[in-house]
Design a protein around this ligand. Structure first.
Ligand code: PLP
Length: 368
């Protein structure tokens, strides 16, 4: 049996008529920038995420950069984040001229260990940039409490967590800004790059809107140096066509995750943990095992795709060399990079495929 990690073609075919019609409509109206679909998507995503404002931008990475700038983060500032994430998170901090300060993760959830944040705060700390990794929200109450106590901005990288919830709180209900990515493989993916900044702050929203069009307040009136970073109408139209399916797709991921949890519960693989009160949307279903590489090879031999998110922690990689971190600084993040394996969990999979993946893992464990 073949089990892919993602199946974007199957997802497209399941909605082909709606998506094709949406694309044709944009072509016929020829409103390729700032079209109706962009405004509609912004308000619908903001509503489902618990934010007043949504501002579509060209990518999740741009959303991070624009959100950081709109929060006033720049040279000389320190921003606390995680070393175990996609590189865009700390890259954005570097791109605005600030300094990423890494804090180790909780090995159970793979998210930043909130209990270690305070000891990393210095007089230069201006913001926290946690990541809702693999689809599970970092504890918003604790983050907010720290930000209140130390007067810090809270920017949340929710690129992997659209639709997640925590004790009734949605992803963008707390904090100064929350960002999303619509990279094709995300839980809600475009047919190319796209992203969004979500905020409840009218001033941050207005600043992000200016930054995405060269820092203009009106045509030809430049306030600050900005970017060309809009969300194309075509991408917004594709996203709008897919949006009604998001909840069902996230539910599908959760059902597959629950089945893995049952089928692999009594084995030596470590299953991903969920903190109480979290509605995890399983952008990835990530297990841990000391013989990760041989397990991955075994799965591949049996037709099961898997991927290592992430193979290297960020603090020891060349772009961050000047920060002075060393191997050994963040033992949990480093251990995660050696042991993690993300296995197929996309909603397009059948129950039989999920059972087959679990069976392949079990027979690997039995013979090792
Ligand atoms: C996908 C992703 C981003 C942004 O990616 P883009 O490709 O720029 O849209 C940022 N942070 C995390 C954690 C991501 O997974």
């Amino acid at each position: 049996m073949r089990v892919p990690l993602v199946d974007l073609r199957a997802q497209y075919l399941s909605l082909k008529e709606t998506i094709d019609a949406a694309i044709t409509h944009v072509c016929e109206t020829a409103c390729f920038i700032d079209g109706e679909a962009v405004h509609k998507l912004e308000s619908e995503i903001a509503a489902l995420s618990g934010a007043r404002f949504g501002i579509g931008v060209a990518s999740g990475t741009d959303a991070l950069v624009l959100a950081l700038r709109a929060c006033g983060i720049g040279p000389g500032d320190e921003v606390i984040t995680t070393p175990f994430t996609f590189g865009a998170t700390s890259e954005a901090i570097m791109l605005v001229g600030a300094r990423p300060v890494f804090v180790d993760i909780d090995l159970c959830t793979f998210n930043i260990d909130v209990s270690r944040i305070e000891q990393a705060i210095t007089p230069r700390t201006r913001a926290l940039l946690p990541v809702d990794l693999f689809g599970q929200m970092v504890d918003r109450g604790q983050l907010q409490e720290i930000c209140r106590r130390y007067n810090l901005k809270l920017i949340i990288d929710a690129a992997q967590a659209i639709g997640a919830k925590q004790r009734g709180l949605r992803i963008a209900e707390t904090g100064d800004a929350t960002i999303l990515s619509f990279y094709p493989t995300k839980n809600l993916g475009a047919f190319g790059d796209g992203g969004m900044v979500l905020t409840n702050d009218a001033e941050i929203a207005a600043t992000v809107r200016r930054l995405r069009v060269h820092g203009q307040s009106g045509y030809g009136h430049y306030e600050v140096i900005g970017y060309t970073s809009r969300l194309d109408t075509l991408q917004a139209a594709v996203l709008l066509a897919k949006l009604p399916m998001l909840e069902e797709w996230n539910e599908g991921r959760r059902q597959h995750a629950a089945l893995y949890q049952t089928l692999l519960a009594d084995t030596s693989v470590t299953l991903p943990g969920t903190e109480p009160g979290n509605y995890h949307v399983y952008h990835q279903y990530t297990i841990r095992h000391p013989q990760r590489d041989t397990l991955q090879a075994h799965l591949q031999q049996h037709g099961v795709d898997s991927k290592v998110f992430y193979p290297q922690p960020l603090h020891i990689q060349p772009p961050y060399a000047s920060l002075g971190y060393r191997l050994g600084d963040f033992p949990h993040a480093e251990r995660a990079t050696r042991e993690v394996l993300s296995i197929p969990v996309v909603p397009e999979l059948t129950t039989e495929q999920v059972e087959y993946v679990a069976a392949c893992i079990r027979n690997f464990l039995d013979s090792n």
